[in-house]
Design a protein around this ligand. Structure first.
Ligand SMILES: Cc1cc2nc3c(=O)[nH]c(=O)nc-3n(C[C@H](O)[C@H](O)[C@H](O)COP(=O)(O)OP(=O)(O)OC[C@H]3O[C@@H](n4cnc5c(N)ncnc54)[C@H](O)[C@@H]3O)c2cc1C
Length: 459
């Protein structure tokens, strides 16, 4: 029996937010029915993004709609608020939040009270003060970025195909990715594979005209699959003519020229930044303890240290890794931990409300799978190392088993089956980013490009 009415607030609708709310729905079914508990989820988007599928979405193998899960549908019975928590005052048990209506209302952020809070705002790209990065860099964490990048790559091929200026053509066909973790390697490998395929439909762009470059500061890539499989990935990418530059940093991308620490310069219109993540900046606006890396300092029971009614997990939380060989290590920020932590977190909130003892979180990292393009991959899972087609097949079956809801699984399988039967989609819908442009022009707006004024008036 829980106390009078427990108001549970979940901040974030990603892996941790969605799975915690689902777990709570199941564990507190009776209490929710009797009105003794309520679950509110605050999240900026009405969907959860299955991030491991973003590289496949960028390659066009899965539609953007199918890599996201509609929260209102799966969290039926919870209050889903589309908004952003701006600050957390745990001492008072309140948060401030803005919603889509805040600006129109002109009332400023609203206050929301809670009894239990789950902090799961995840992480954001960890950037560095590199000249030109803020203006020209492209991130790869959201579905909008993945689809934007796909459109951008195809558009660059179109620019290269239509220009007579070799410098413009060269810059358009140079693609620089910074950071060799799974997001960077998979995004580059999938997009290169897609662009190589698309090149067969261009009369004047060949795969060997394109320069794909991976810049990594350390001496290895894909640490998630271990040293041996990381070395295999370097060899495999280089065999595909991709330049893998280890022990190298991006120093500047000002004026659309990527300048590297080894002195190389690459004029380019594409710099994709996937050099790691840092905890979400919302955590700066809380009164809760944090580590020197900015994650919330948590216990193995997933409470925030010293605060019984504040809970956290996933990328935003430093949860002790009880299975690590060296003591004092925290769980790495990845989906494998996020999903499992969310289940324990949901159970522990239910235990806490009922006055039962809490469970501790312990999970030994099982390894990772990565796709390197259609029918190519690398994997190191439970001590088994796989490469090429078997690894790629494992990547697909693993993620299919993990993507939430039967509905999504069925749609993803249908898409994979269709793309195996028919040719790949190579169309760029760049104008989706400016859907009103055509109508504005028709209604008398300025054209996006006006030809230079000819002083002689000749035509
Ligand atoms: C391209 C890519 C590929 C990946 N592939 C893998 C993989 O193969 N295997 C693996 O284990 N991991 C992978 N990861 C990492 C994995 O996706 C993350 O570790 C996981 O998403 C972390 O879960 P989370 O719930 O902490 O954060 P997220 O899933 O990022 O969720 C955070 C949520 O909080 C919301 N939010 C942000 N700010 C606020 C606010 N102010 N108020 C309310 N809500 C807010 C966000 O909109 C989002 O919904 C990948 C990541 C990327 C980017």
């Amino acid at each position: 029996m829980v106390k009078e009415r427990a108001r549970i607030l979940v901040v974030g609708g990603g892996y941790v937010g969605m799975y915690t709310a689902l777990r709570l729905k199941r564990r507190l079914r009776q209490e929710l029915r009797r009105g003794e508990a309520e679950i509110t989820v605050v999240t900026p988007d009405a969907y959860m993004t299955y991030q491991p599928f973003l590289p496949e979405a960028a390659a066009g193998n899965i539609s953007p709609r199918h890599v996201v899960v509609p929260l209102r549908r799966v969290l039926d019975g919870c209050r889903v608020v589309i908004g952003e928590v701006r600050s957390v005052h745990h001492a008072e048990r309140t948060v401030t939040l803005t919603t889509l209506a805040t600006e129109d209302e002109g009332t400023g952020p609203q206050k929301l009270s809670y009894d239990e809070i789950v902090l799961a705002p995840g992480s954001v790209s960890r950037t560095l003060p590199i000249p030109g990065l803020a203006e020209h860099g492209i991130g790869f964490k959201t579905v909008e970025e993945a689809i934007g990048l796909r459109n951008h790559v195809i558009e660059q091929m179109d620019i290269a195909s239509s220009t007579r200026d070799p410098a413009i053509r060269d810059a358009a066909l140079t693609f620089v990715f910074v950071g060799g973790g799974y997001a960077g390697v998979e995004a580059l490998a999938e997009l290169e594979d897609m662009a190589r395929y698309a090149a067969r439909y261009y009369h004047n762009v060949k795969p060997e005209d394109m320069k794909w470059i991976l810049v990594e500061a350390s001496d290895r890539i894909l640490p998630e699959v271990g040293a041996e499989m990381g070395r295999y990935t370097v060899t495999e990418l280089r065999r595909r003519n991709i330049q893998v530059l280890l022990g190298t940093r991006l120093k500047s991308c000002k004026g659309r020229v990527a300048v590297l620490s080894d002195g190389q310069r690459f004029p380019t219109r594409t710099v994709v930044w996937t050099a790691g993540v840092k905890p979400h900046p919302l955590l700066d606006a809380t009164d809760l303890p944090r580590t020197d890396r900015g994650r919330l300092r948590c216990t193995a029971e997933l409470t925030v240290e010293g605060h019984a009614h504040a809970w956290a997990a996933g990328d935003a939380a430093a949860v002790p890794d009880l299975t690590a060989d060296e003591p004092g290590r925290d769980c790495a920020p990845n989906a494998q931990h996020a999903v499992r932590q969310a289940r324990v977190l949901g159970d522990n909130i239910a235990h806490s409300l009922r006055g039962e003892p809490l469970e501790t979180y312990a999970h030994k990292y099982a390894g990772s799978v990565a796709s390197l393009g259609l029918r190519k991959g690398v994997a190191h899972v439970y001590g088994r190392k796989l490469k090429g087609f078997p690894a790629w097949f494992m990547h697909r079956t693993y993620h299919l088993s993990r993507v939430p809801t039967f509905n999504r699984k069925a749609r993803v399988v249908a898409e994979w089956t269709l793309s195996a039967l028919f040719k790949r989609e190579i169309v760029s819908l760049g104008s989706l980013e400016h859907p009103r442009a055509e109508f504005e022009l028709a209604a008398g707006g300025k054209p996006p490009y006006e030809p230079p004024h000819d002083p002689k008036g000749s035509s």
